[in-house]
Design a protein around this ligand. Structure first.
Ligand code: PHE
Length: 462
């Protein structure tokens, strides 16, 4: 076991870094909209149950696998899997998944940066034009924004675990909380805001069906950054004396609390501006909400509070989204970066250079998915439609491979690593763990119904 591996300096450092990974655009827009469309409070209850009973055990499995081996996913699976090919494959999948997700998340982060830049330049009116987004995605200014985002990420990641990821999270996450609360307070003072709160919170159990339940679990899974190798990698930066269980619980709680709180911003804002909104007609996609719908909301807001104030609110919103996105992006690029460092025994700088270069190339390619380059825009034809490279990455990796990776870690714990060993790892830094209900629950669930549920989700997405 390498002794030189860097570790988080404190539990709060880990919690903020992992929460930084978990809190993303999915929390700010995806979750609130999904909740409002799918039964409000009823969705919230189901979501919370999934987080506690399905996602938390998987999160703890990932973290403990990382800390046990002190390795990133590839080596972690290889070492504990005793070199068996199927577990090597699992490790490989857990490394390539974050790489591909990094590509599409990078595209979105760059767009957010572009919108932030435009709002700061006083161009809210421009980005609120209905066809702006369509033009924006095919504009070469993308490259300029991409370079800026790459510089920011590089500055954070080159600092390593403590001086980079941990330090950035300690500054960025509290900033994110403050901005979110500011916007919530502001939005709740608008007329009609309470209509939105009502749609968001009043439970309507008649909306709950198989599809909604499936969607809630998938959303919880993504939101907590599971199945991406991130928590294995961050777990490997844990010291032996740290309590993984309480840290995992805190991360899950923070992520869910931010998603919940974001609903008190997103929905009231929509209903304050468009009181007759029918929740069923809200867009399913966070991308179109953030880049088309929200700028229009801020523009309408200027009729109420004036252009200057609306521009400030819009800038805070895009800065909030940018901070949420950048802390997620950092965590996901860290996985291939640290894996490459480990496998090829190279410095962090070199590894970042190689990975950064590869991800940038693919990002540039994926960014031409919207008409600029025809073969990328019509990359494949499946499910009865032409899919762009960007769509393919989202469909394959975001929707299908994540639950598969969750399923794999359950099988790994059940058949190879063994539940007793995982429990012993969780008990380090937490001596009473094996007496708790959580232990008994995880011991049972992770080898029985959790993998079955994930297999069903996986089957539904292929
Ligand atoms: N958890 C993020 C969200 O909710 C998703 C994500 C995390 C994506 C890390 C990429 C990297 O938006």
């Amino acid at each position: 076991m390498s002794t030189s591996r860097e570790h988080f300096s404190s539990k709060i450092g880990f919690v903020l870094a992992a929460a930084g990974s978990a809190v993303g655009i999915g929390n700010l827009v995806g979750f609130p909209v999904a909740a409002t469309k799918n039964g409000g409070g009823a969705f919230l209850i189901i979501y919370a149950l999934f987080v506690a009973f399905i996602c938390l055990p998987i999160m703890l499995a990932e973290m403990s696998l990382g800390r046990r081996t002190q390795h990133s996913p590839y080596k972690a699976y290889a070492e504990l899997g005793k070199g068996a090919n199927r577990w090597r494959l699992a490790g490989w999948l857990a490394t390539i998944t974050p790489f591909m997700i990094a590509v599409f998340y990078m595209v979105i982060t760059v767009w957010i940066f572009g919108y932030l830049f435009q709002t700061l330049a006083g161009n809210l009116e421009l980005i609120a034009q209905p066809d702006y987004f369509g033009t924006f995605v095919n504009d070469y200014s993308f490259v300029f924004y991409l370079v800026a985002v790459l510089l920011i990420i590089n500055t954070i990641l080159v600092g390593g675990v403590r001086q980079g990821i941990e330090r950035a999270s300690k500054i960025l996450m509290p900033t994110l909380f403050v901005m979110l609360l500011l916007l919530v307070v502001f939005v709740l003072t608008l007329d009609n805001a309470m209509e939105g709160v009502k749609f968001y919170l009043v439970p309507d159990f008649s909306k709950i069906n198989g599809g909604v339940i499936n969607g809630a679990l998938a959303q919880a899974f993504f939101s907590l950054s599971l199945g991406m190798g991130i928590l294995i990698t961050y777990g490997s930066y844990f010291r032996r004396r740290d309590n993984i269980v309480s840290s995992g619980k805190l991360v899950a709680l923070t992520d869910t609390a931010v998603a919940f709180t974001a609903g008190l911003m997103t929905l009231p804002a929509i209903f304050a501006i468009y009181p007759d909104t029918n929740p069923a007609t809200l867009s399913e996609s966070s991308v179109s909400m953030v880049f088309s719908f929200f700028p229009q909301i801020f523009m309408q807001l200027s009729n109420i509070v004036g252009y200057g104030f609306a521009s400030v609110a819009a800038a805070i919103f895009f800065l909030l989204a940018f901070v949420a996105a950048i802390t997620s992006l950092v965590s996901i690029i860290e996985v291939p970066t640290s894996s490459f460092m480990e496998r090829h025994n190279v410095s962090r700088k070199k590894s970042l250079l190689v990975m950064g270069f590869a991800i940038t190339l693919l990002t540039l390619l994926a960014a031409t998915s919207f008409g600029l380059v025809p073969w990328v825009s019509n990359f494949v034809h499946y499910a009865g439609a032409d899919k762009s490279l960007f769509d393919v990455i989202v469909d394959v990796f975001y929707e299908t491979i994540l639950p598969l990776n969750g399923l794999i870690i359950c099988l790994f714990v059940r058949f190879r690593w063994k539940r007793a060993n995982m429990a012993a790892e969780l008990a380090e830094g937490n001596p009473d763990y094996q007496q708790t209900f959580l232990h008994k629950y995880i011991d049972f669930a992770i080898g029985t119904f959790i993998p079955v549920i994930l297999a069903v989700i996986f089957a539904n997405t292929v």
